[in-house]
Design a binder for this molecule. Structure first.
Ligand SMILES: Nc1ncnc2c1ncn2[C@@H]1O[C@H](COP(=O)(O)OP(=O)(O)O)[C@@H](O)[C@H]1O
Ligand SMILES: [Mg+2]
Length: 233
């Protein structure tokens, strides 16, 4: 499903070179709920941005569903993101002036392959899944942080992406709301066999992941069920 080969990302800060990713090689299977863990500055966000086609590596290759995404044009990348990828960010990134329903519908509208009735039905269905149908006409600011994050997960899921990416989605939530978000990811993963790649630096989150990759200084230092170097079975 995802195959990464010797991925590097260098940033040049004046005369200083930062190796944000320093040769990452990795396979991710369909249906896997993968956690990317590691200390702040270890390269987690950089790796997620490369995989999510939000930024370009300095070298190395990424195959998503057998497509060498490094060879795509900008337009093809945009279409690839819209049709195959979903994103959840730490700060929810909801549009403040749009209602919950409109926020969730947005990625579906951009695609233009469903009529309005179908989009409404699909958005309603996913709002039901996250348990926020009764809030569909509310604005994001009228919801709690945990509810806003669930709306952003619904928005990421409305197009039924092949891969769902989440960068520290619980960073601004208390442990109760974090658990709700993680349980929701688990349900989505099990019910739709949804591939999920999630960045976290909270150790207790690892109970939710099938497999954990630990990064340090832009390198994979362990890969396994407990981050102990064992492969998940
Ligand atoms: N746009 C950028 N310009 C320069 N350095 C960057 C940039 N983005 C990230 N870095 C550096 O790359 C390294 C990895 O960053 P990041 O991927 O954000 O780590 P993490 O998400 O694990 O905290 C850090 O040393 C960071 O300072
Ligand atoms: Mg980060």
């Amino acid at each position: 499903m995802i195959r990464i080969d010797n991925l590097k990302k260098l940033y040049h800060m004046g005369t200083v070179e930062v190796r944000a990713l320093d040769g990452v090689t990795l396979d991710i299977a369909k249906g896997e709920f993968l956690g990317i863990m590691g200390a702040s500055g270890s390269g987690k966000t950089t790796l997620l941005h490369m995989l999510g086609l939000l930024d370009e590596p300095s070298s190395g290759s990424i195959l998503l569903d057998n497509t060498d995404v490094g060879k795509l044009t900008d337009y093809e990348k945009t279409m690839f993101r819209l049709y195959k990828l979903g994103y959840v960010f730490q700060d929810y990134a909801l549009v403040p002036d749009l209602t919950v329903m409109e926020n969730v519908s947005l990625p579906a509208m951009l695609r233009k392959d469903r009529d309005e009735e179908q989009i409404k039905a699909d958005s309603y269905e996913i709002l039901q899944k996250i348990g926020l149908c009764d809030r569909r006409d509310h604005l994001p600011r009228e919801l709690s942080g945990g509810q806003q994050q669930r709306v952003s997960i619904a928005r990421a899921m409305v197009n039924k992406p092949d891969i769902l990416f989440a960068d520290e989605p619980c960073a601004n939530l208390d442990s109760e709301n974090s658990r709700m978000v993680l349980e929701l990811f688990r349900e989505i993963n099990e019910e739709f066999r949804q591939t999920i790649v999630m960045v976290s630096h909270e150790d207790w989150h690892k109970e939710y992941f099938h497999r954990i990759i630990r990064l340090k200084d832009g390198k994979v230092v362990s890969d396994g069920v407990n981050g102990n170097g064992e492969k998940a079975g």
